[in-house]
Design a binder for this molecule. Sequence first.
Ligand code: NAD
Length: 340
Amino acid sequence: TTTKKTHKVTLIPGDGIGPEVTNAVVRILEATGVKFDWESYAAGAEAFEKHGEYVPKELYESIERNKLALKGPVTTPVGGGFTSINVALRKKFELYVNFRPIKNLPGLETRYPGVDLIIVRENTEGEYVGLEHEVVPGVMTSLKVITEKGSTRIAQWAFDYARKHKRKKVHAIHKANIMKLSDGLFLKCARNIAKGFPEITYGEHIIDNTCMQLVTNPYQYDTLLLPNLYGDIVSDLCAAFVGGLGLVPGANLGTDAAIFEAVHGSAPDIAGKDIANPTALLQSAILMLHHIDEAAAADRLQTALERVYTEKKTLTRDVHGTAGTSAFADAVIAAMAVTA
Ligand code: NAD
């Protein structure tokens, strides 16, 4: 049953397709019967125009208070311009886990049926520390920072998750043949943690081989533990197994806060047309419902979502349907009413 509690959630609609998919998901969440109190804030270029800040102070304060956010994608300029809002939020709240479950939805045909992978990506360090320098004109350096603390806590989280959810294998993914010290330390920490989990098979694969292995046979993996950059890239690769970026959810988790967001970005190529698939953010919202102990609502929503996919009548274009973002949301809401 649904709790009587009102959940305060910071909402970041984002830009590009962000506002469209966020609106759809908020509407669906409201229909679950769970009570929400949304605190909505702009971030990125839009926030800069309005407040002169890329991340308004009020947004930081809201997440500090609520310890919970649902977030649409935010565009980050390529090359120059402001630094990523996404990276800034993850660093600020030490959201060291980026959890991305990759699972087929029933009814949706894909090249690889029955994929069930867990991606655990380190979310605060590696190349994403953003320490880049021009040494002399024509020579740039970029620091990759891997720490014992950062590597140990992400490995611990991955193995704890694997134990709790009865997963069989964890593979640490690396390039320690070349980056002997940094990726070497990541592996050393993973190996140390693995010793405490004798029931879980531990393996180590080099990142380039991993990409080939994944595409050849994704079923050989179970849980992938990756440093930040490899985790980012492999997430998009794995998204293709289950129908693309419109499907795959994510959770940025730390000790004191959690931000739920899809793997995909702001998709400027399809923004403002009511064609984006809100499923990825919706599945992120289902993870959020579990996080706030609203398991009954999460299950009801999952069942309704699966029903819409099984019926195949109201799917978005990326999954070979013709429905728009809002029509898809309406169909999920209608399916919830049927399954209630
Ligand atoms: P993208 O994920 O936005 O889009 C890649 C492709 O997938 C596009 O063809 C797009 O149309 C499609 N796609 C993505 N989401 C979809 C959805 N929900 N439904 C249907 N199709 C979908 O990647 P990109 O184009 O490389 O990046 C665009 C911007 O997003 C960049 O500025 C990038 O920095 C930013 N970004 C933000 C986040 C975030 O906010 N967490 C994550 C990734 C990228």
